[in-house]
Design a protein around this ligand. Structure first.
Ligand code: ATP
Length: 344
């Protein structure tokens, strides 16, 4: 295990910001820390970096405990959203900065900077100053500067948050590619679900100081372990009395059971469209929204409002129409456990 964190805990005054967080990261993995604002993502990153001391818990890099090491002794590179470049220095000097501090010989510095300029697509920009660059280019310089001293671990705190949407999308695949080529273990913080899903090998969902779930984007989407994860990743509707739904009468019967149902796991259609009508429940179409490539259909089933999609090729439904609904899959939770119920 390249990075290992055991039972990390941190208070700021009375506020419990990080609650018993443990995880491991393999070498070369790109991990996304995802969650709502104030959940503790940045605090975890700052503790790893040594910028903040935990109340308790251990941090190990390559099996070595690093709790007592100063930030500059941990072999970490940073890119922060607001990590301003040195304004009075050229791109070349910005990237060279960490190497000059380490007293690396001049010729070696030049070689390394040119290598990074090439790698980050900044060739020809070496003599420019930060104000002569676009936001995306500046952030690429920040990456080159962080990578120059060959850190063991790269920490990225919302590196694209200040960049406009179109460039941000380009930078995502650029980052994926860069990390893959350099092969460096990286952790990045984001509150953007799409960004995490697109970029990360694995995601850690952080909420109210806790690590709710860690896994590949697909695993987390497919099998959320907590109600929070079920509602935060992908779309879903919360159903409080799921035992009212056809096919869930037995499984969802019990105190405090809540179900989350994704639109893509609900099928809506006319009576003729379902071969096995006994598995379906009667429903009324409440609203229809045309989404360009499909219909978004809101239906009422046994007093519950559910949302689903319907293909444009099928007969067009209308509000008030009596239809049938088949719920293929639901995520159920009570205070103790989570389980999945499926209808054929
Ligand atoms: P965001 O996406 O908004 O950056 P986050 O998930 O990164 O959120 P943190 O920045 O880790 O969350 O903050 C977690 C909580 O700890 C917040 O409520 C924050 O106000 C509090 N906090 C963080 N640093 C300090 C500090 N130095 N002193 C007091 N409270 C702090």
């Amino acid at each position: 295990m390249h990075v290992e964190v055991r039972n990390l805990d941190k208070h700021f005054g009375n506020f419990h910001a990080v609650k018993d967080v443990s995880f491991g990261i393999e070498k070369g993995q790109l991990i996304g820390l995802l969650g709502p604002s104030g959940g503790g993502k940045t605090s975890i990153l700052r503790i790893l970096a040594g910028l903040e001391q935990p109340d308790s818990g251990e941090i190990l890099f390559h099996g070595q405990r690093v709790n007592a090491l100063a930030p500059q002794e941990r072999g970490i590179g940073f890119v922060f959203q607001s990590y301003a470049l040195f304004k009075h220095m050229t791109v070349f000097d910005n990237i060279a900065f960490g190497l000059q501090i380490k007293k690396v010989p001049k010729a070696k510095i030049k070689e390394r900077v040119m290598e990074l300029v090439e790698l980050t697509g900044l060739k020809g920009f070496e003599q420019r100053y930060p104000h002569q660059l676009s936001g995306g280019q500046r952030q690429r310089v920040a990456f080159a500067r962080a990578l120059a001293p060959e850190p063991q671990l790269l920490l990225l705190d919302e590196p694209f948050a200040a960049i406009d949407a179109k460039i941000r999308k380009e930078l995502r695949s650029w980052l994926r590619d860069l990390i893959e080529r350099v092969g460096i273990t990286s952790i990045f913080v984001t509150h953007d679900q799409d960004e995490a899903i697109e970029v990360a090998d694995e995601i850690m969902i952080i909420n109210q100081g806790r690590l709710e779930q860690k896994g590949t984007p697909w695993d987390i989407y497919k099998e959320p372990h907590t109600p929070f994860v079920a509602s935060f990743i992908g779309q879903s509707t919360l159903v409080e009395r799921a035992s009212d739904l056809k096919g869930f009468e037995k499984e969802a019967e019990g105190p405090g059971i809540r179900a989350f149902i994704r639109p893509e796991y609900i099928e809506v259609g006319t009576e003729q469209e379902f071969i096995l009508k006994s598995a379906t429940a009667p429903a009324i179409v409440k609203h229809l929204h045309f989404r360009g490539s499909e219909w978004l259909v809101e239906v009422e089933v046994s007093g519950h409002k559910l949302t689903t999609f319907r293909s444009l090729e099928k007969e067009t439904l209308h509000a008030g129409q009596e239809v049938r609904v088949l719920v293929h899959r639901a995520y159920l939770f009570n205070d103790e456990k989570s389980w999945i119920v499926e209808n054929p």
